[in-house]
Design a protein around this ligand. Structure first.
Ligand code: 5GP
Ligand code: ZN
Length: 139
């Protein structure tokens, strides 16, 4: 486990800053988001400081997803929302504001105005084939 002295989530992991804790184990901590979209909006963090999905070792990502599933089940049992998003942001353009990998557990309400608002416009098949080939060369 590596933690960072100045990171807000590392401070929460070290209990230097309080949180409304939902779950803790050897590898992860889950707590309520301080700016909740809906009641039950929670964050799950690995107890390892790394900025994003690119820098976080796979075993920490796996542990985070396992805990996120557990939190999602508890949030569903508590609020029975009609939907729930697991959301994870990487980089400022993707709306990441805290540079410690984390997963949001966001219970949703019908027509709550939170949208991933891309239209379902079919892609160009030749372009899709070209892009898939480009990405495959980097896998
Ligand atoms: P991001 O935009 O990086 O995906 O999300 C960061 C989240 O961390 C935001 O939703 C924000 O409300 C939450 N957050 C930031 N600082 C604190 C804090 O000190 N305590 C808690 N509980 N949540 C925080
Ligand atoms: Zn950190």
């Amino acid at each position: 486990m590596t933690l960072d002295a100045d990171c807000i989530f590392c401070k929460i992991i070290r209990s230097e800053i309080p949180c409304f804790k939902l779950h803790e184990d050897d590898r992860t901590l889950a707590f309520l988001d301080i700016n909740p979209v809906h009641p039950g909006h929670a964050l799950v963090v690995p107890k390892h400081h790394a900025a994003d999905v690119f820098e976080t070792p796979a075993e920490w990502l796996s542990a985070t997803v396992e805990t996120a599933q557990r939190v999602a089940q508890a949030v569903r049992a508590t609020f029975d929302p009609p939907g729930l998003n697991l959301l994870q942001c990487n980089g400022p353009a993707a709306a990441q504001s805290v540079a410690h990998y984390h997963m949001h557990v966001i219970p949703r309400a019908t027509d709550d105005g939170l949208t991933m608002n891309w239209a379902l416009v079919p892609g160009d098949m030749d372009e899709l084939a070209r892009i898939a080939e480009q990405i495959r060369t980097n896998m």
